[in-house]
Unconditional design. Structure first.
Length: 237
């Protein structure tokens, strides 16, 4: 006998090069030490964090992060998932018929008691990279962990399992997932700050009539939905 696990959800996990992690940690420290020099990104947030700061896509550290980790991660996800579909059902998602476009990147600083409720993002792909994690965030507790939520409520008494998957944040690790994937961030207790980078990416078919990203309303590109209130909000990871 065998057991078949149906309907998987694909989440890409990657690891930053040590030199890239160090450069991003240094950038984060500079931004948080001088918050007045970076736009406030708290309007993107579905919950409550200590600080959220926009990062410029033209900053060298951010460019390297996007070009060497985020965009290749999105491409890897597309090929892993789409190449397993029937050829006639892949639409524009075949090599050479689409392009990937960064929308935004922002820095999150989470302290004790801060949280982010279950929500989704706008666009095509979203994700997070962990830069700094307090030592008390460990595998034996859900504190400070990232949680991916399934479409059904977890209920072990009726054998509904696997509807919540917790991820321990580790500096240097990053995740890429479809923007519609519901996720949340647990609060933690104790000293220290949990630093992460969040991002949104668009996958755009290459057609003559395709509007340029800058021609689309930013609210449409960045619209995120908090599932805790079931209403559209202009907030994010």
């Amino acid at each position: 006998m065998d057991v078949l696990d149906l309907f998987p959800r694909s989440i890409l996990k990657g690891e930053l090069e040590p030199s890239m992690l160090r450069s991003l940690q240094s950038l984060a420290a500079q931004v948080l030490a001088n918050p007045e020099n970076s736009p406030d990104a708290s309007a993107k947030l579905a919950g409550q964090l200590n600080q959220q700061r926009e990062l410029g896509l033209n900053q060298l550290e951010v460019q390297n992060f996007c070009n060497q980790a985020v965009l290749p991660g999105c491409e890897r996800w597309i090929r892993h998932v789409i190449d397993r579909q029937p050829p006639q059902g892949r639409g524009p998602w075949t090599p050479g018929r689409y392009r990937l476009q960064m929308v935004d990147v922002w820095l999150n600083s989470q302290r004790a008691g801060d949280y982010n409720p279950t929500h989704t993002h706008g666009g095509s792909f979203s994700g997070v990279a962990f830069l700094q994690v307090p030592s008390q965030i460990r595998p034996d507790s859900f504190d400070g962990q990232l949680c991916f939520h399934g479409p059904e409520e977890w209920h072990i008494q009726s054998f509904r399992t696997g509807m919540a998957h917790y991820v321990l944040p580790v500096p240097g690790e990053f995740y890429v997932f479809p923007a519609w994937q519901p996720h949340s961030v647990m609060p933690f207790r104790g000293e220290g700050e949990r630093w992460s980078l969040a991002f949104n990416v668009l996958a755009l078919p290459k057609t003559k009539d395709q509007p340029k990203p800058q021609d689309q309303p930013s609210a449409q590109l960045n619209r995120n939905v908090s599932l805790s209130s079931q209403r559209a909000v202009v907030k994010g990871f």
